[in-house]
Design a binder for this molecule. Structure first.
Ligand SMILES: Cc1cc2nc3c(=O)[nH]c(=O)nc-3n(C[C@H](O)[C@H](O)[C@H](O)COP(=O)(O)OP(=O)(O)OC[C@H]3O[C@@H](n4cnc5c(N)ncnc54)[C@H](O)[C@@H]3O)c2cc1C
Length: 503
């Protein structure tokens, strides 16, 4: 009997392991709920709720094809050993997983076990991430090749399996040690919700995507909001890419040059590539989750962690209304747009001078779309820890004025400020009567930004910084055929004169 091990790929369509497994033997679909994984500091009750809904949905997708989904709770090694004892597993099929360090270590142990039991383990590429990548040269071409290849056909309806093993009951969040949930309006798990978002994005919501993605006032509606469904694998990236590409062709056919739809389609498609580009970094260098990418950054923030500042940042009580509104919105909804994520991290890493690791765990728990490869790469980028990206420290007051000029978003999430005039909503401490129940700023913005800038730039001037940076660029930066210059992208040439985009 073949076993398909479902991980972060909770769907039946475009699922190479499932379709391949059914071609040789009767196939059992298996999901393992691993309590030890759920005790890791990056996971939370909101992820668990989404997972449970997604598993129910997967169960019904599989049922239509007459598969049974066996759900077991425990250690993967023990569960496979027992299954092999009872069912004699012929082979295990799964997607390659590029996730957190815990799953990486678990996969190494499971691989050893399979070797010891002589069970072949067929792992298939997931999305555009390439295992054992030799060089970033040509990666974009490989990505494109994968995304444009036909999606994997769904398996045919199966004959019923005669096995006498029951699924386990899923533990409660408390049994897993997950703390009480504060997410009031999370996205719901299930493929149909993801597909509906994709539809509504290309029907209406995405028209002003490029212009409206940066402000949290508009981004909740104008961004696709697909990230959670991609993170749990309810939809494959290839499915999204192919639909978006078809929409782009239709848009270019039907909409005149200058139509906002044209730039929306382009921006959206490039972000799908970024998705894999960032996960590829973690695949190539798993320590990105734990250590600064650039060794020259080591020691810069260590040993100076101000826990009171960290708590204020987590609670949305820094005294900077826009920072606090973003954190509180994120806590309540499980999502915030890219620019605000970057600003929150820039504030904790630069203004508060907190090492990115603790904040990364807090944000991982809050982001329903938590995807380690994107998350840790971005955490490091926004903290200046990669050493290869432009240093960018967001001024939260400027962002507030630019992205929420009327203070609508602030007033929604920081009700203590609801009666403040627009003139003072971004800087309440300057009001004649500052609000009583809202804290004064915990640091002086301009001083903190200047000091952080100086510290980061002084490292960049240090001996060996450039030669180490070149190595990092060679290994991790994306290659582009043409040079484009913009304020937000820095383009360099590597030693071989190839053009490299540093995102
Ligand atoms: C500090 C920080 C942490 C982040 N952590 C995560 C994370 O854990 N999981 C996650 O999916 N994204 C993360 N992002 C990237 C980005 O903010 C989200 O992908 C995006 O906001 C998701 O919303 P959406 O689906 O509406 O995106 P859209 O704007 O509609 O984009 C479509 C898809 O493209 C991909 N994408 C978009 N922007 C990026 C980006 N900058 N980098 C990589 N892929 C991108 C996502 O898969 C997204 O679903 C992080 C960004 C920052 C600055």
């Amino acid at each position: 009997m073949n076993v398909v091990w479902f991980k972060r790929d909770l769907r039946v369509s475009d699922h190479a392991p499932l379709t391949s497994a059914t071609q040789s033997n009767p196939t059992l679909a298996l999901y393992i709920l691993e309590p030890l994984l759920w005790r890791e500091k990056d996971l939370s009750a909101r992820h668990y709720a989404f997972l449970q809904e997604s598993l129910l949905d997967l169960q019904s997708q599989l049922k239509k094809l007459n598969f049974r989904l066996l759900i077991k709770v425990g250690h993967a090694e023990e569960i496979f050993t027992e299954l092999h004892h009872n069912l004699k597993i012929t082979a295990v099929f799964s997607h390659q997983e590029t996730w957190n360090d815990w799953t990486y270590q678990r996969d190494k142990r499971v691989s050893k076990l399979f070797k010891a039991l002589s069970i072949p383990w067929h792992e298939f590429q997931h999305n555009g991430v390439v295992r054992k990548l030799v060089s970033r040269d040509g990666w974009a071409k490989q990505w494109h090749h994968y995304m444009t290849a036909p999606a994997i056909a769904m398996p045919e309806r199966q004959r019923s399996l005669d096995i006498n093993i029951d699924s386990d009951n899923l533990p409660s969040p408390t049994q897993l040690g997950l703390s009480n949930e504060t997410c009031q309006a999370p996205q719901a798990g299930g493929r149909h919700f993801g597909l509906a978002l994709l539809d509504s994005f290309f029907e209406t919501r995405g028209k002003f995507y490029t212009k409206e993605m940066s402000s949290p006032v508009t981004a909740y509606e104008s961004c696709s909001r697909l990230s959670t469904y991609l993170a749990f694998g309810s939809i494959s990236l290839r499915e999204v890419y192919q639909l978006a590409q078809a929409r782009k062709v239709a848009i270019y056919d039907q909409m005149p040059p200058g139509s906002p739809w044209r730039s929306s389609a382009r921006s959206f498609l490039s972000r799908l590539r970024w998705h894999c580009h960032f996960i590829q970094k973690l695949e190539d260098e798993p320590t990105i989750e734990l250590k600064n990418l650039h060794p020259a950054i080591d020691g810069l923030r260590e040993g100076q962690f101000n826990w009171a500042h960290f708590e204020a940042w987590k609670e949305g009580r820094t005294g900077y209304p826009f920072i606090d509104a973003c954190m509180r919105a994120l806590r309540a909804t499980g999502w915030i747009n890219f620019r605000m994520r970057a600003m929150l991290v820039s504030f904790s890493s630069n203004h508060l001078w907190l090492h990115w690791r603790e904040p990364s765990l807090h944000l991982a728990q809050l982001f329903l779309d938590y995807e380690p490869g994107i998350h840790y790469s971005q955490m490091q980028m926004q903290s200046g820890a990669t050493g290869i990206n432009a240093i960018r420290i967001y001024n939260p007051i400027k962002q507030s004025i630019d992205q929420d000029p009327e203070g609508i978003f602030i007033k929604t999430w920081v009700p203590e400020l609801a009666t403040l005039s627009t003139a003072h909503i971004h800087t309440p401490w300057l009001a004649q009567n500052p609000p009583k129940y809202y804290p004064a700023p915990i640091v002086d913005e301009a001083t903190a930004r200047r000091e952080a800038n100086e510290r980061l730039y002084s490292i960049r001037r240090s001996k060996n910084f450039q030669s180490l940076s070149s190595k990092i660029v060679k290994k991790h930066a994306s290659r582009k055929k043409t040079f484009k210059t913009s304020k937000t992208k820095k383009l360099h040439s590597d030693a071989a004169g190839k053009q490299i985009e540093l995102f």
